[in-house]
Design a binder for this molecule. Sequence first.
Ligand SMILES: Cc1cc2nc3c(=O)[nH]c(=O)nc-3n(C[C@H](O)[C@H](O)[C@H](O)COP(=O)(O)O)c2cc1C
Length: 208
Amino acid sequence: METEVINEMQIKSETLKTIYERRAVRKYKDLPADKKVIEKILDAGRMAPSALNEQSWKFYIVTNKKTIHLFSKAITKIAAKEFIKAGPKKIIKSIINLFRFSHGLHFPKITDHVFYEAPAVIFITAPKDNEWAALDIGMCAQNMMLAAKSMGLDSCPVGFGKYIKYTELYPQLHIPSSEEIHLSIIFGYGDETPEAHKRVTKNATFID
Ligand SMILES: Cc1cc2nc3c(=O)[nH]c(=O)nc-3n(C[C@H](O)[C@H](O)[C@H](O)COP(=O)(O)O)c2cc1C
């Protein structure tokens, strides 16, 4: 059997470099994200594979600082209510998780704990009746974050973003009732360079 030989060129690939350098960034410079750049990010998302080529994603883009701030506040309020309802055990677990996933962040100094004062938030939705949508959106989201990184922008997927649905501000997004939010992603020019979390590598089984 022929073995594929990976040469130095491939190892030094720009794509791999971007994959390794992308981090969830939670601190942004006060710089707007240009519409042209956002369009490029969206185009990269649109190039993702999708089950049955459904291209099930729809994008709702918010770049108004005030709106983003109000969205964050409304989501924080909902999250706080749920948090209190969950009881002490869950609260302690959530706090431990928070510090684990966002190491290096000084939480008491952060004023926006949802969208981290990023200049752009993109909500990605898909039709509620698409059984593959979660996978489509995951692939689309990763394309977008890598495209952003390759153009000098940072990002962070924000799962919490979907709780906007439970706030009085949801109608502002004009999302039809046939769609649901799978993920929101923030984009902007990062003002921190977090270290990569250690990756688990003992999770592959090669079968003869
Ligand atoms: C589906 C999903 C939801 C996430 N939701 C949040 C979130 O609500 N808030 C946040 O700060 N980070 C969120 N993250 C970012 C993860 O915490 C981060 O990707 C992880 O800690 C690994 O770090 P890295 O992206 O820098 O490699 C989310 C990531 C994914 C994939």
